[in-house]
Design a protein around this ligand. Structure first.
Ligand SMILES: Cc1ncc(C[n+]2csc(CCOP(=O)(O)OP(=O)(O)O)c2C)c(N)n1
Ligand SMILES: [Mg+2]
Length: 552
């Protein structure tokens, strides 16, 4: 029998090495999806298109390969409009197979001009209306997603997909066979010499690593540079854990910096930023290191980032090669400002020591995180979501970077459960722990069913303050009513059970967390653990940005 166009389209995706596809079916993608599944691709059928794309984002980040999602035309595509800008800003390579309305009809209920919707997010959109060229266009979409590190949406009318295939039987060579080999780029010796002069003249150095450093394998080189300059180490939020076992790591730089870290960053005279985009939040909008010069080491260094002048000194090159070259060029080891007393302070101090009055029967989120930090195995994958609670969840210093994922670009809540599904699909051999807020989890709670159906081993830890915490603290600081932000403690354990998952409510921490963790690890299935916390505990970030009683 003659193949249809969708048969060939599915083969074109399969030969791109697509092993997992997150999708929700409709008229315009179901034939293609059925054929792709026949090619051996694992299909993860979600309950909302946003979650298909968000899960593909986490999968792409974790596996460092192109993430693939598929949606039907019209309402399937409009559901993507929150995830696409996040993927664009997070530089994630994705290919989305979207249907388009049929060309043959004068009117179609789900028709909408998809291209401007998608391109408004910063993603690319390609209309494919010429069947014989479609396999090449698909290959090119994978090339573009990799090269530009952004989502590429392919729209194909479903009546064209259903036509008999009239083109060649062989497919074009897949993108991986064509990609130029991009070996790590060494820095220029003149730049290295200048950077070395700058570093040698500094007394209080902080080596700040971002995801680019982690991806380039520059962690050990950064540690060595910090040691040679007698400096301290820090990371951005997405790279947290890169130096988790180094006694001179002060934790995250940015909105989530622990107390001691804030104190030391304020004293720094040079920040060496390695493989990080110097996003607004990473430097606290320029407030965190008022005395420091900035040397940026990156394959694409910038002067201005997110509206701020960030770095006046630059060293262009691969993160690992550049940091190694810089360290080699420095004069002998410098005492810097490291002392054993500093290491002891970093080790022994709490991320935030502020005291709050807590209502009986509710927990302090900081105690919850401390208990989880002790009880959860270090080789489990962790996913941190958004909201006020993410400050607390980010304070788990013993966890290595390769087991952590957070994507904060575009700032939407509701992504946690999708990101956890993406990580679970990428690392099925390990349990995944998702740390989420009650509001965020509620936004896409339907995906609990997907988790159960696909037998994903995910432990969802909810920091339930019965509120949109970020909003309630801001409203209170402005003396506004709390309406619209405080909804009370809903029963997530009961909701979880309704979806066929295990559920448990925690109002104390006396219940033997290690035993429960062991039970979860050895049992099958996923679970939701609902920790009822007080909404009186305000994170340092909110305290700084929205002092209580400060009306605007
Ligand atoms: C899609 C979207 N809608 C609304 C917001 C505004 N917002 C930011 S944080 C937040 C509260 C989240 O509540 P929850 O998940 O319970 O976390 P909490 O802040 O209470 O810790 C809201 C509504 C947003 N960031 N994204
Ligand atoms: Mg909340």
């Amino acid at each position: 029998m003659k193949p249809h166009v969708y048969d060939v389209l599915a083969r074109a995706f399969a030969q791109e090495g697509v092993r997992t596809c997150f999708t929700l079916l409709g008229d315009a993608n179901m034939n293609w999806a059925a054929r792709l599944a026949e090619q051996g691709c694992r299909m993860i059928y979600v309950r909302h298109e946003h979650c298909a794309l968000a899960a593909a984002m986490a999968y792409a980040r974790k596996n460092r390969e192109v993430g693939v999602a598929s949606v039907t035309c019209g309402p399937g595509v409009t559901q993507l409009i929150t995830a696409l800008p996040a993927a664009v800003r997070a530089h994630l390579p994705l290919v989305v197979f979207a249907g388009e309305a049929p060309l043959k009809s004068g009117w179609y209920n789900q028709e909408i001009d998809q291209a401007p919707l998608v391109t408004a997010t910063g993603a690319a959109y390609h209309r494919l209306h010429m069947p014989e060229r479609m396999p090449v266009a698909i290959r090119d979409a994978f090339l573009q997603a990799r090269r530009e590190r952004r989502p590429v949406v392919i729209g194909i009318p479903f009546d064209l997909q259903a036509r008999p295939w009239e083109g060649k039987s062989e497919l074009p060579r897949p993108s991986l066979e064509l990609l130029p080999r991009a070996s790590p780029m060494p820095p220029h010796p003149d730049d290295v010499a200048k950077a070395a002069e700058l570093v040698a003249g500094a007394e209080r150095v902080v080596v700040l690593a971002g995801l680019g450093a982690a991806e380039a394998g520059a962690g050990p080189a950064c540690r060595a540079l910090a040691a040679k300059t007698g400096g301290l180490l820090s990371t951005t939020l997405p790279a947290r854990g890169l130096f988790h076992d180094d006694p001179f790591c002060i934790g995250i730089s940015g909105s989530f910096t622990p107390e001691v870290g804030l104190e030391y960053l304020a004293q720094a005279d040079l920040v060496v930023a390695v493989g990080c985009s110097l996003a607004y939040h990473a430097g606290g909008g320029g407030q965190l290191w008022p005395k420091a010069k900035m040397l940026q080491i990156d394959i694409d260094p910038v002067a201005v980032s997110q509206g701020q002048e960030v770095a006046k000194h630059h060293l262009r090159g691969d993160a690992r090669l550049s940091v190694e070259a810089l360290a080699a060029k420095l004069p002998a080891r410098n005492a810097g400002w490291r002392t054993q007393a500093m290491a002891a302070r970093i080790r022994d101090s709490k991320p935030d020591g502020m005291k709050f009055e807590i209502e009986p029967g509710l927990l302090d989120p900081r105690d919850v995180v401390e208990a989880l930090e002790k009880a959860l195995p270090r080789d489990w994958q962790m996913v941190n979501s958004g909201g006020h609670c993410s400050w607390f969840f980010a304070q788990m210093p013993s966890r290595p970077q390769e087991n952590f994922l957070t994507i904060r670009e575009f700032g939407a809540i509701g992504n946690g459960i999708s990101f956890a599904m993406g990580v679970s699909a990428a690392r099925p051999e390990r349990p995944v722990v998702l740390f989420d807020g009650d509001g965020s989890l509620m936004m896409h709670v339907q995906e609990l069913e997907t988790i159960r159906r696909h037998r994903m081993k995910i432990l969802i830890v909810v920091m339930n303050d019965g509120a949109y915490g970020s909003e309630v603290h801001k409203l209170r600081s402005e003396g506004l009513p709390e309406d619209g932000s405080v909804f009370g403690y809903c029963d997530f354990a009961g909701i979880a059970r309704g979806f066929g998952l295990a559920g448990k409510t925690f109002k104390t921490l006396d219940g033997g967390l290690p035993g429960l963790v062991a039970e979860f690890a050895s049992g099958g299935g996923a679970a939701v653990w609902d920790f009822h916390v007080s909404d009186k505990v305000v994170s340092p970030t909110i305290r700084r940005a929205h002092p209580q009683g400060a009306k605007h």
